[in-house]
Design a protein around this ligand. Sequence first.
Ligand code: HXC
Length: 518
Amino acid sequence: MDTNGKLFRKFIEREDRLNQQYTAELAKKQHNKGKLTARERIDLLFDKDTFEEIDAFVTTASTTSSFGTIKESYGDGVIVGHGKVSGRLIFAYAQDFIVMGGSLGVVHAQKISKIQQMALKMGAPIIGLIDSGGARIQEGIASLAGYASIFNNNINSSGVIPQISVIMGPAAGGAVYSPALTDFVFMTNKTSYMFVTGPSVVKEVLNEDVTNDELGGAEVHAKKSGVAHMIYEDEEQTILGVIKLLTYFPSNNVENPPVMVEPCGMDEVNEKLRDIVPDDPNKPYDVKEVIHQIVDPDSFHETSQYFAQNLVVGFARLDGSTIGIIANQPKVLAGTLDINSSVKGARFIRFCDSFNIPLLTLEDVPGFLPGIDQEHMGIIRNGAKMLYAYTEATVPKITVIMRKSYGGAYIVMNSKNIGGDFNFAWPTAEIAVMGPDGAVAVLYRRELAASEDPDALKKDLVKTYRDEIANPYIADEKGYIDEVIDPAITRKKLIIAFEALQNKHVSAPAKKHGNIPL
Ligand code: HXC
């Protein structure tokens, strides 16, 4: 090719114009807000020199309407393409706040839709790096239609390829619904926010003063609403978090998650596991200590860490293979199941089931959280989500009952009769219809009322109940538990059990789809 020729010069000129769009001054504007530019984010996400941009020259023509001007710009405010993350194919789009505030017009939306459809066709995960003023006001209804196509693609891809949204600036109005439709939402503290209506509307309608961060910042969504699954202090940490999470996932729903090249093997005996759960059933402990003693070293990656902390969920590896863990947390609300934890658990279980990630349940649950608030806000409807998700899941499912396992919560937490493949219990397990205090109060109300020393009688009855009813041996003898095991050999038992379940196959009855209680 003649590199001095006219045709080649035109090619070079275009490249120059594209580069000129990203001036140091504009980049500085982003940096001054504590944010990176879209290109810097892409560079951080992808393995060095692997990102292949497409549609860099797609352009919206400069137009002036009765309501403002659209400046012509190459790329129309979004970078789209594919590359390798930890050596695996990933598709991504990064909205570019430098260009018209990353606002979404027709061309911008078409580029995102195109890359979403390519990711789906290729069976590879897609990451959206979101930093946008929302629907481009000058393009009106056409930008809303653009959002609709993106939502449509999100829904088509749901359960087929992992979808991750990373909020790195504003996400306002209906624009929040693409992230909400994806599997995991990441946010960066202090520089990102999400809301359906912003502070100005809140002021206008409710006369309440609130800042962006108070209304929809990362902490609010991580702790209160549960919208954000992961939050980090800066953008670099956020992107490293995305890279780490991806290592646990398969590329799509017909692949299995990658296995770490060097499995850790199974320790024969880990005596520490005999001591974490206190003998006193009313004493709390941190279930994460149990998790760390069972899974491969440093492999536990918690998600939704700050939301509904009475249930711990996250990914880990067991002898190199990804598992999803759902564990009651006795040190928060005594590990009871409430509305938020049921919704959190159900969503996590459904993600794992969609992407062939086996489930491990670590159980210590006194029951559903009682109370007027919970009942009136729908613990029945929401608790049913967890029950539905566990029962519907066809991936290998194993439960270890560590301590309490009472009533409806016993059933929900992957009991044998809703499809637990292997159900183990530690000798400390208490499995019964209800806890000893409740059972004694119901069955011995009259005797206690007539007794001269009701406290002593109650103590006696509680002891008898514990010894004879609330233990793992009745369940073991009836086959509701497959085996009572020494806690010290839990890791070994689980590795062997998950291996035995590797080729599990379940055929569900034909239907369009079930009707999960939403
Ligand atoms: C067109 C926009 C824009 C938009 C920002 N810009 N948002 N252009 N449409 N939606 C432009 C600004 O005019 C400005 O252009 C540049 O982007 C940077 O914006 P600034 O306001 O200077 O930046 P900053 O001070 O950081 O404020 C950012 C912001 C603010 C908070 C996002 O721009 C803002 O409030 N934008 C509107 C947000 C919004 O209400 N969007 C619509 C939501 S409804 P110049 O030329 O000056 O550099 C929605 C519906 C979706 O999205 C429905 C889907 C179903």
